[in-house]
Ligand binder design. Sequence first.
Ligand code: PMP
Length: 394
Amino acid sequence: MFETLSKATLDKIFVLMAEYAADPRTDKIDLGVGVYKDETGNTPIMSAVRKAEKRMNETARTKTYVGVVGNRGFSSAVVDLALGGVVDAGRIRTVNGNGGTGALMVLAHVLGRARPGGRIYISDPSWPNHWPLVEAAGLVPHSYPYFDPRTRQVDFGAMMGVLDGLTPDDIVLLHGCCHNPTGASLSPEQWDTIAASLARTGAFPLIDLAYLGFGDGIEADAYGTRRVVAAVPEAMVAFSASKNFGLYRERAGVAIAIARNAADADIVSSQMQNVLRASISQTPDHGAEIVRIILGDAALRAEWEAELTAMRERMKRLREKLAEAIRQRSNATDFDFLARHTGMFSLLGLPEDVVARLKVDDGVYMINDSRINVAGIPEDRIGELADRLLAAVG
Ligand code: PMP
């Protein structure tokens, strides 16, 4: 059987993680892996999560199946959080996903059934999973320009050059906020333009919302998603609770479909359930129930929001401090974009040989496209990191 197979390419991030772990240098710096880290380098369990989990464990009476659509209380709380009531609930249907990726997978498969071989436009660059995920769903990925490596900001003119030419048969995959891998996010005015363009062309938006609350706050980060779903008759949103609730391994996510009317919504719902049933059958509930408890309890919700704010502010501070340290040392504003980017990532725009040198010579690890995780910046060694970066770019 297996003789027909050849080795599949594994995500380079896993290789990088292993190299970092094996590096004996005590002053090594990990800017690679995409999880939030606190000042001790730990990815913490949020205190609101611990409390909700305790409550859940004390009151739960069963571990029986939840049902194929998953935890409805979790889904509706997430819909309220992400969409803020801009779409009539009668047009919305949800299923839980195995994390945000699982939600995206369900939505992509439904789109693959609706438009077999259909074109889906993905930002260049994007999260590396996007291409294989949509291909597995029978869609054909194309890219649209997004990042200008010169300014390290969004090349909005080039992006709209493609989006404005789309047709009602096309799908466009948008990052809701905190664009991974670039960190260059869209402004509210740019979202307005995108929403108007989609309403005009009829292209179908699929929004990947994996970092709500990591950029400028929940409301500000939800702006683009809300603007788009309010402007078009049909859309989909994949929500992930991995980052903003720190629930990575619990795999909590929601696949949200918005249809023209309730009858269409029921059809889409049956398709989402069918995709789930034919693949993983049911989704995990542990993280979903924790989020449901937090969002449904005023005190826990306030505690969660405060913790999320602290994480966001820490990342902002690290961005500003690193940009400032580089400015002081080099008298140049080349790295000021770090402070303008949002979320956990920034694409530094460095060539691969410089990224390799930083790893080999300086013990500074980042993804080879030069994406850094700003939460990995050691706050007490920012000067040292600035020196190493400046030396490497020469
Ligand atoms: N979309 C994007 C853009 C991401 O970066 C991630 C996580 N790396 C996800 C979706 C999904 O995360 P998860 O499946 O862990 O919820």
